[in-house]
Write a protein that binds this ligand. Structure first.
Ligand code: TNX
Length: 553
């Protein structure tokens, strides 16, 4: 009898242990580089937070925010204090509480989390490393912590060691705030969700044919006139618009606020001044910027305009340099995006000033490129040199590669991957953002909602959903030498058909999470089914808690 009882008890215990084992799944997105589990768990509720004196202010602020959120959730204070007498080398066995300690031997953005039964030890060498450790830490806590809902739980975290670092250093998302305008608070909300998934570059598309969104003190008409259009194309029909005035812009103060906000989240804001095409809003404000002198109108339709900047006139360059001066004062980013995409050369070919410029420069059409393309090369080079003198580098869409591109430029490959492969082969750094995978404005399916918010461009039948994005392998097609030039991957959110936040997040989530694993996770750890599981088990609930819309999987 006794024997039987013992067998039964051990069986039960055994089953219990089995159940515990299957509990040991984390829901972290992007999937970390390595996770190994130990025995037991650490209880976060009421644990003291300690940080060493080497941490930066944003790191300490992020730690304090985490402690606050846990307090709201558990009702028990997690005191915050300077750690004394310990450093990153102190073994976890001799720690009690939660420790944030700088480990200078770790790479930029790398972090490590050790969880023992009595302590958690978090180490990194820089601010971003700690921010990512904290992002991961949060994802090991119940969704309620995000929602700041009281749960009176002990908040157990399984004992484990996580070692993590990004695969690519440039992990971007672009938002087009020109086709549709997003307020300061709305931009901040996007930055928040980017930070949750360890993205670190916000490419801010601020100027377009359909609207100029950045206050420039020297040229006030850019926002007085250029920030507003008289109507908006609402369907896929080019000729029709709703006839309603639409617009908005960011003051320089607001821009500073966003740059600072992003900085605290570990995100660098890269502004885009799209030139010499996509400039109608500026030309409507200052008609002398165009070849014919106008009049021009802020565009009410989508597509590519033949009307582009007149680059035969010096005055146009004065304008560009003045604008870039103000941009450089506002954005500390080393990289400035200068666009360069979709610039038809028709007007240049019949403009006296532009043709005179081509002659003066001795430009001839040959197998390297047309005269027009070479004129664009000249524009790119002048802008590049101007920015270089200010210590800045340029990024341009892959059209800047046509003709001849000067050393030091970074190419953003959007028309598939060929531009990126060619550029890297020539020794240029590249950021991969191919339409085939990374265009978050492309339709994810065939429901009515997909129709409403999705761009009309992609071929019928092709579905650009999270699964398609997830299948993207950025190194495909690159040889080893060229692969070293890939700085990273970016998702683009063009907003011709994305008119509000609801549609925005329907398009962005869960493709953003899929993108984050393409950018961060090593291929061996990528698994789409696991991403779906993590989304269902945890992340959609997080999105609900924060009120982000999404497209269910
Ligand atoms: C192409 S991507 C564009 C954008 C459009 C987008 C729509 C790029 C450099 N240019 O102006 O918004 O397609 O998907």
């Amino acid at each position: 009898m006794k024997k039987l009882a013992i067998i039964a008890i051990s069986l039960l215990l055994g089953l219990g242990l089995e159940a515990k084992k299957t509990d040991l799944v984390l829901n972290i997105i992007p999937e970390p580089q390595s996770v190994s589990f130990g025995k037991g768990e650490f209880k976060v509720k009421g644990a003291n937070f300690n940080y060493d004196s080497f941490l930066t202010k944003p790191t300490v602020e992020a730690i304090a925010k985490l402690a606050d959120d846990i307090y709201i959730c558990t009702g028990k204070v997690n005191s915050l204090a300077a750690a004394t007498g310990v450093n990153y080398g102190t073994p976890i066995e001799s720690l009690k509480g939660i420790f944030f300690l700088k480990d200078p031997t770790l790479a930029p953005e790398e972090y490590k989390i050790e969880v023992g039964t009595h302590a958690m030890k978090v180490t990194a060498s820089d601010t971003n490393g700690f921010l990512y450790a904290i992002a991961t830490f949060r994802q090991m806590l119940p969704v309620d912590v995000y929602a700041a809902r009281q749960i009176k739980d002990k908040l157990p975290i399984p004992c484990c060691t996580i070692q993590d670092k990004p695969r690519f250093s440039y992990r971007g998302l672009e938002l087009d705030c020109a086709r549709h305008f997003y307020s300061v608070d709305q931009v901040k909300r996007l930055l928040d969700v980017m930070a949750m998934y360890k993205l670190n570059r916000f490419h801010w598309h601020l100027t377009e044919d359909q609207g100029w969104r950045l206050e420039i003190k020297k040229y006030p008409l850019l926002t007085e006139i250029g920030a507003f259009r008289s109507g908006t194309q609402q369907t896929y029909e080019r000729g029709k618009n709703d006839g309603k005035r639409y617009g908005g812009y960011y003051t320089q103060e607001q821009v500073k606020e966003i740059v600072e906000y992003a900085g605290k989240l570990g995100i660098i804001v890269i502004p885009e001044l799209d030139l010499p095409g996509h400039m109608l809003a500026a030309m409507a404000s200052y008609p002398w910027l165009g070849c014919t002198g106008g009049p021009y109108q802020v565009w009410t339709r989508w597509g590519v305009s033949d009307q582009v900047l007149c680059v035969g006139k010096e005055k146009t360059f004065e304008f560009l340099f003045d604008v870039l001066d103000e941009i450089c004062d506002l954005f500390p980013s080393e990289y400035i995006h200068i666009g360069g995409d979709e610039c038809p050369k028709k007007e240049w070919d019949r403009c006296p000033a532009c043709t005179a410029k081509m002659d003066e420069l001795g430009l001839v059409s040959d197998d390297k490129g047309t005269r027009g393309q070479k004129l664009q090369n000249y524009v790119t080079k002048r802008v590049q040199d101007y920015l270089a003198a200010k210590g800045r580098k340029i990024i341009g869409w892959d059209e800047i590669l046509e003709g001849e591109l000067a050393e030091g430029a970074t190419v953003m490959s959007w028309r598939g991957t060929t531009g990126g492969i060619k550029a890297a082969g020539l020794g240029f750094d590249v950021i991969m953002s191919p339409t085939t995978y990374c265009y978050l404005d492309y339709k994810q399916g065939t429901t009515e909602k997909d129709e409403l918010a999705g761009a009309g461009y992609p071929k019928k039948g092709k579905v650009y959903d999270a699964k398609n994005l997830y299948s993207y392998e950025p190194l495909d097609g690159f040889d080893d030498a060229s692969a070293a030039h890939i700085l990273g991957v970016q998702g683009n959110v063009w907003t011709e058909y994305i008119r509000n936040e609801d549609q925005l997040y329907f398009m962005v989530i869960p493709r953003l999470q899929a993108l984050s694993e393409v950018q961060w996770t090593i291929p061996a750890n990528r698994n789409y089914d696991n991403l779906v599981r993590k989304m269902q088990a945890y992340h959609f609930k997080v999105m609900d808690a924060f009120g982000y819309n999404y497209r269910p999987l």
